[in-house]
Design a protein around this ligand. Structure first.
Ligand code: ATP
Length: 446
């Protein structure tokens, strides 16, 4: 259940920070907005790209048994028939308010009353979540296509293409990052649930006998990934799904859940999908999707372990977890900040801006020198140049967006060619020679 009070306050603060500092804007704002759509601003796009890169590197580089794919959003509608998405499988049970006509996911409303106007709700009925469109010049039944509701179907239908072209042997995986679309009945909680979102999915093809072992392996791996990028352990949990919660394709599954201000909620699903996907695509396409066991010479359908994370949900998770407010402020150089200060303690690899460079004052000779330092660093690290306001204010501006390092160029710099580097978390300041800056920062940001 939603937790009102302080926790909503925290979400309000995060939504406001996101808008004010260029992480996330409401979509179509000048036209009054468009429900449940958001645009990532300059800092948001960096954050999301960093998260996607962290995921991609983890999958592709760390394991060495996983390859990438970027399949099309628009695919043959036959795929969605085979996958069960066009039938009852991919539907939410929805109830409509008889008074205000709003629709709600049945599992979100208790007591049969409308949460908006207290009107009476109809009995629940299935509502398909696929988004429809038309492909080609004629809008008729034959031209109906669907925006993909999950990225993994593109992986299943390319199973043989990828396996053959890359000469892969099981166990191996295929990873993909991309947009997915669902006509969600109850979007909300900022970017947590939207109708257009990005997924980071990996499908691991295994021998049926090894499916359980790999499911356990991936549950641990994926949980650890969030921890390794700084999510506090106490805010994460792995929850195995009960039999009656399992999706139609799933044999055993677990959700990685995060303790959001609005409750414990899923950020990633890990499923043992068995042979459901390949078997169904084989049946519907008439093409062989089996794998030959080299030892026995027998063909079998590999089982699939899926790890399915949301890039937007991950970005929200990292933002919420990193948000810290220090009431009463903290002492920064010679200035003591009395108001409360916000620090986004993002993992340094995820921070949208890595380095901010400040001249101590706006004096020409200092700003010239500072711009030189900025130009040196900006090709290597996402950098900002800032000369407005007191140094304390500039530190605070950077703390609020999670910049790990702030560099100040002062009058001494003109003599000793060294600058002050301040660390976001420890607030320690180190005097570093300009020629050593790049090395100093890359060691700490790697
Ligand atoms: P939920 O129960 O929250 O609707 P789901 O179980 O339907 O999610 P999956 O189909 O397992 O979700 O999708 C995998 C991941 O994709 C989710 O863990 C989530 O991170 C992301 N995701 C799914 N639906 C949305 C959405 N509407 N908005 C943002 N991210 C989503």
């Amino acid at each position: 259940m939603e937790n009102k009070g302080n926790s909503n306050n925290l979400m309000d603060k995060i939504v406001s920070l996101c808008k004010r500092r260029g992480f996330v804007f409401p979509s179509s704002e000048i036209y009054g907005g468009f429900a449940s759509s958001y645009d990532y601003g300059p800092l948001g796009v960096e954050l999301k790209n960093n998260i996607k890169k962290a995921w991609w590197d983890e999958m592709i580089k760390k394991h060495g048994t996983i390859v990438g794919l970027d399949s099309a959003i628009l695919m043959s509608p036959k795929i969605w028939e085979a996958s069960g998405h066009l039938t009852a499988g991919f539907a939410d049970v929805m109830a409509e308010c008889k008074k205000c006509q709003r629709r709600f996911r049945e599992d979100y409303v208790g007591e049969g009353k409308c949460p908006e106007c207290d009107g009476e709700l109809t009995k629940g009925r299935k509502f398909n979540l696929m988004m429809k469109t038309f492909v080609g010049p004629v809008e008729d039944k034959a031209s109906i296509a669907y925006l993909r509701a999950e990225t993994c179907q593109g992986i299943y239908v390319n199973f043989q293409n990828v396996r053959e072209s890359m000469r892969l042997k099981i166990p191996f995986g295929i990873a993909q990052i991309g947009k997915a679309f669902r006509n969600e009945i109850t979007p909300g909680n900022f970017t947590y649930r939207t109708r257009e979102f990005e997924q980071m999915e990996m499908q691991f093809f295994v021998h049926p006998k090894e499916a359980d072992k790999w499911l356990d392996f991936w549950m641990k791996e994926r949980l650890q990934w969030y921890v390794s990028y700084g999510i506090k352990k106490e805010n994460l949990r792995l929850r195995e799904q009960k039999k009656d919660e399992l999706a139609h394709y799933s044999k055993r599954a677990a959700d990685i859940e995060y303790k959001f201000p609005f409750g414990w909620k899923e950020v990633e699903g890990i499923h043992n999908r068995g042979d459901w996907d390949l078997k169904n695509h084989e049946k519907h396409s008439g093409k062989k999707l089996s794998y030959r066991d080299e030892e026995t010479g027998r063909d079998f359908i590999p089982h699939i372990i899926e790890t399915s994370a949301g890039a937007d949900r991950s970005a929200l998770t990292f933002l919420v977890d990193a948000y810290e407010e220090i009431s009463g402020g903290r002492t920064v150089t010679t200035q003591s900040i009395k108001e409360s200060e916000v620090i986004l303690k993002l993992n340094k690899k995820l921070s949208p801006v890595k380095v901010a460079v400040f001249p101590l004052s706006k004096k020409e000779e200092l700003s010239q020198k500072t711009k030189k330092v900025f130009n040196l660093l900006k090709v290597r690290f996402e950098s900002q140049y800032d000369e407005t306001g007191s140094i304390g204010k500039r530190y605070r501006r950077q703390d609020e967006i999670g910049t790990p390092y702030c560099i100040t160029v002062d009058f001494e710099t003109l003599k000793d060619n060294a600058v002050t580097v301040r660390d976001r978390d420890t607030m320690k300041q180190n005097r570093i020679k300009i020629e050593e800056l790049e090395k100093y920062l890359s060691e700490r940001l790697a």
